[in-house]
Design a protein around this ligand. Structure first.
Ligand code: CP3
Length: 353
């Protein structure tokens, strides 16, 4: 226990946690959303041995290794737990599977009746391999690297639960929210509870910070955004804080754009993500100066590499330096990304200091 208590002070040395404490650094920390995955040959090799994608997520030996692969290769400042946002509906009793080459498929929940057939609370025992992965990764990572846990925001997870798939199919969830707001609210409430329990378990297992991914709420008009993105994420953060008072949180409502200012004022997080299409200088002006911004290099510039990638990195550094910054992409790494381009991005960021 004494050893456990001694850890946070040494971990404060990480550039990533310094940024979330409001420090401005000459060399900002860098990590990338989807930094583990199919663009890495060592991932593809392990994935072929593991069986399905969910088997990979639920097998601590495999998940630990995959989480650490990009850290070894690129010396990034933070590792992100290898898992998926859809383990939450899975642990609520929804049938979730990943179809090769197509993505996630769920048995859709489109009515109050179907919704009532799910569990009322998350099955944390089912997710115990995920928490074991968190503690193993933390013990294998050096102290100057942070470990990020995560969950999907209630709205984004609901879009998959209601449509049964990803892609451009967020319309079914929006339709349900307009037609049956009470049903949709009940689904949100359940996801707030389940996601809070999942984040708390990751923090207690050793995650240094957690990120909440709201990948699809940016498409909502402002009043709907306030109701289905801001309010549930605020409730989620409050619940996490009630159990882990010093929890470090990054909230990422991709594409929030001009809605970011109100979102950041409402939500008690130490960092906010910004997406590729958003103006980083406008985002910086909209968010209090001691709060970190994270983003927002175009993942397609990372595919391109060369001078275009250097320019894309420099543009983000120019707009966001002088304030707490975590350099990242505006969305996840694409599968066709040459790994050398990630090395180029890291070198560019490190040489900026
Ligand atoms: O960032 C990381 O490296 C950590 C792991 C991680 C994954 N998914 C692994 C994954 C994280 C943080 C996620 C988040 C996630 N998952 C989001 C939010 C971020 C975003 O991208 O908008 C969403 C919407 C999902 C749901 C999901 N999972 C989709 C739509 C897909 C299919 C698309 C695809 O790229 O295959 C997945 C599958 C998935 N999740 C893979 C990985 C590495 C690919 C699985 C494989 O190996 O086949």
């Amino acid at each position: 226990m004494a050893e456990r208590l001694a850890e946070p002070s040494t971990r404060e040395a990480s550039r990533f946690l310094k940024a979330l404490s409001g420090e401005t650094q000459k060399t900002p920390p860098v990590w990338l959303m989807r930094q583990a995955g199919r663009y890495l040959p060592e991932y593809r090799e392990l994935r072929a041995r593991a069986g399905g994608f969910l088997d990979l997520c639920y097998t601590p030996d495999f998940a630990t290794e995959v989480t650490l692969q990009p850290i070894r290769r690129f010396d990034l400042d933070a590792a992100i737990l290898f898992s998926d946002i859809l383990v939450v509906p899975h642990a609520l009793g929804q049938n979730v599977r990943f179809v090769e080459g197509e993505g996630p498929r769920l048995d859709p929940v489109t009515s109050l009746g179907e919704f009532k057939r799910l569990r009322e609370t998350i099955d944390l025992a089912m997710l115990s391999p995920v928490y074991e992965t968190v503690s193993r990764v933390r013990s294998e990572l050096s102290q100057n690297k942070a470990l990020i846990g995560f969950c999907g925001a209630p709205y984004t997870v609901a879009t998959y639960m209601v449509a049964g798939r990803g892609g451009d199919e967020q319309a079914p969830a929006r339709l349900l929210a307009y037609r049956e707001p009470e049903t949709f609210q009940a689904l949100m409430d359940m996801l707030v509870e389940a996601s809070a329990a999942h984040l708390v378990a990751q923090l207690k297992a050793g995650a240094d910070a957690v990120q909440i991914f709201d990948s699809w709420s940016g498409d909502l008009p402002p009043s709907e955004f306030e109701r289905w993105s801001t309010a549930p994420i605020k409730a989620l953060c409050d619940k996490v804080r009630a159990e882990v008072p010093d929890a470090k949180i990054i909230a990422f409502a991709r594409g929030a754009g001009t809605k970011l200012g109100a979102f950041a004022r409402a939500i008690p997080a130490q960092g906010f993500g910004i997406g590729t299409s958003e103006d980083p200088a406008a985002a910086r002006a909209a968010v209090p100066s001691h709060i970190a911004l994270q983003g927002a290099v175009d993942p397609i510039a990372l595919v391109a590499g060369g001078p275009a990638l250097d320019r894309a990195v420099d543009a983000v550094l120019d707009a966001l330096s002088g304030f707490p910054l975590i350099l990242n992409l505006g969305h996840g790494v694409r599968q066709q990304t040459p790994p050398e381009h990630v090395a180029q991005l890291v070198a560019r960021v490190r040489s900026a200091g």
